[in-house]
Design a protein around this ligand. Structure first.
Ligand code: G6P
Length: 590
């Protein structure tokens, strides 16, 4: 969702801000804007609705001069998608410009007061209130102490309000974090402040991950304050082991395709978990009385699959819960409960809300995240990381595969069969390249058979959540209505929709579900439906066959197959798979 970036240094800010904005694009947005302090010491600002490139064609962001500036990608929450609602916003006296990530909950009351005091608002956003509030308070403080004023604002404002304030007089950026992430990049005589490390990775991999209520003042130096005490602090500087190359398309037409193909390599790293941390995680899960495994979207599908493998491999019950549905279970949570949060970004608001509520009940929080320093990671008592590198495409692919591999490894760990688990999972990793070689077959099937208005996917046991993830992907990026169901449920409802010509993807792993799956396939064929089988065995009942290598846990190998199918369907239908309409990568609102 919204992305913020600020730059101060020796170079012209606008081209850097423009490039960094492009790297924030993947978070999802509908409008964008840039403000700098120009050579005359004035704030200059350009913004517009639409993709960054098309707005740039109209307004020419790079024509902005000055060596300090802030920029923003907006995903509308308060106020329509209109240029006047795009960030940055300026104070009435144009001394300040501000960009914001989050939702200011009490903006209506604050705005009323400010209007009474004579402030003129140009937008319908919650954000604009912040810049006027700071201006108002500064006027009463002889324009002297911005740190004190930001402290006061942080006490009065409610909600999530991470922001960058550009001060034209001091030529400084005030980077404040409350709830939404904010990372300071420490370059060579230059500083960055961004929602996302990848936006400045080209310039530096040294970063300070700000905590809530911390404020970084950026000029020729970077000084960090804890506004709750008003004191300067010495923040921890982290070295990020991601590279700019990892966050680029590297010759692929889309990030999504690149990330699917990366699974071959990434999966190895995902399984190379720090043995001490892995053991500690296994122990906590083993000893826990109750475990709720929490996730949203694709990560929730990983939770579902984990609950099946934990049951089958380790005989351990864990309850999968959607982040947004967590509250339903709150009265079951106590100090003997473990909340296991699964999240690529580590910032998903639905999951975070569950974590905060569970903590109130004294639950222990553990997590599996991809983004180091993310909020979920920092709210956890212990965590494991996916080691999947930056995931840019909105549709999660390599992170899902990594989540599934690590969660399955944990299931083996709980069963005291870690070595057997490693062998089985490494066997899967070793044949992933063969699955990637299916791309030609899948393109043809996508063109000739699957490009329909409705698709059905059936699975049983471990292949059922995989079918659900396939359904999600097909809807998310191909905009095709898809329906995943457990094979046994067909006869209870969806058989009513099976008529000649209906297409069904059947996931048939070589396990205990195979005979029942064949039975369900027969029910579909008896009504004229056609079957595309994904299996290690070419069964007579298939009309089309997608061959996967024979391994233990075959369902896992079906994941990249369905990811590729959804990708090719999306491209064939003329969509941009990296930017599905109305969706965002990192969903930081409830
Ligand atoms: C958004 C993304 C999905 C993702 C979900 C959960 O909806 O578009 O791809 O699965 O958030 O994200 P997380 O970062 O928590 O895994």
């Amino acid at each position: 969702m919204c992305g913020i970036i600020g730059y101060v240094g020796k170079k012209t800010a606008s081209p850097i801000l423009y490039d960094s904005l492009k790297k924030l694009e993947y978070r999802g947005y509908d409008s964008c804007g840039v403000a700098t302090v120009n050579g005359d010491g004035e704030i200059e600002l350009k913004k517009g609705v639409g993709r960054i490139e098309s707005v740039d064609k109209k307004v020419d962001f790079k024509s902005l001069t000055g060596k300090i500036g802030i920029a923003h990608t907006r995903w509308a929450t308060h106020g329509k998608v209109e240029t006047r609602n795009a960030h940055p916003f300026t104070s009435c006296n144009r001394h300040y410009a501000l960009v914001h990530n989050g939702i200011l909950e009490n903006y209506v009351e604050l705005k009323k007061e400010l209007v009474k005091k004579g402030h003129t608002f140009t937008s319908s956003t919650d954000t604009e209130v912040l810049v006027h509030l700071i201006e108002e308070k500064m006027a009463h403080d002889d324009n002297s102490n911005l740190i004190k004023i930001i402290t006061e604002v942080s006490q009065e404002a409610k909600g999530a309000f991470t922001f960058l304030l550009l001060d034209k007089v001091r030529k400084e950026i005030y980077a404040f974090r409350k709830d939404s992430p904010l990372i300071i990049g420490l370059g060579d005589n230059e500083f960055f402040a961004s929602s996302d490390i990848t936006s400045f990775l080209e310039y530096t991999n040294k970063a300070i991950i700000l905590e809530n209520y911390q404020l970084a003042v950026l000029n020729e130096d970077c000084i960090v304050y804890d506004v709750s005490t008003g004191l300067k602090i010495k923040p921890k500087v982290s070295t990020i082991d991601w590279t700019a190359e990892q966050a680029s398309k590297s010759g692929y037409p889309h990030f999504m395709l690149k990330e699917i193909f990366e699974e071959v390599e990434i999966s190895k790293h995902s399984l190379e978990q720090d043995p001490v941390k892995l053991k500690a995680m296994i122990e906590v899960l083993k000893k826990s009385k109750k475990v709720f495994i929490l996730g949203s979207g694709t990560s929730y599908r990983a939770c579902l699959l984990a609950s099946i493998y934990f049951a089958q491999i380790a005989g351990k019950q864990i309850t999968p819960v959607l982040g947004s549905e967590y509250k339903t279970y709150q009265n079951l949570v106590d100090k003997d409960t473990v909340i296991f949060a699964i999240s690529q970004s580590g910032e998903t608001a639905d999951v975070l809300e569950g974590i905060y509520l569970a903590k109130e009940k004294g639950a222990r929080v553990v997590s599996l995240v991809n983004v180091m320093g993310s909020t979920i990671m920092r709210e956890s008592d212990q965590y494991l990381t996916l080691n999947a590198g930056p995931e840019i495409a909105v549709a999660s692919t390599k992170a899902f595969t990594s989540q599934v591999l690590i969660l399955t490894l944990l299931a083996y760990g709980l069963a005291d069969k870690l070595n057997e688990g490693k062998d089985n999972l490494n066997e899967i990793v070793s044949v992933l390249d063969q699955v990637m070689n299916l791309s030609e077959t899948l393109v043809k099937l996508a063109k000739d058979v699957l490009n329909k208005d409705d698709l059905y996917l059936i699975g049983r046991g471990s292949s059922y959540p995989v079918a659900m993830e396939g359904e999600l992907k097909i809807k998310e990026i191909a905009y095709i209505h898809a329906d995943a169901l457990a094979g046994g449920e067909l006869k209870h409802h969806t058989l009513a929709l099976i008529v000649p010509g209906v297409t069904c993807l059947a996931l048939v792993p070589n396990d205990q579900t195979k005979d029942d799956m064949i039975n369900n396939i027969m029910q579909i064929k008896a009504r004229g439906g056609e079957i595309i089988g994904i299996s290690s065995e070419n069964l007579d009942v298939f009309d089309y066959y997608i061959p996967i290598p024979q391994v233990h846990l075959e369902s896992i190998l079906m994941i990249p197959v369905l990811q590729m199918i959804s990708y090719y369907l999306s491209v064939i239908r003329g969509n941009d798979p990296d930017f599905p309409r109305n969706l965002a990568k990192s969903v930081t609102v409830l």
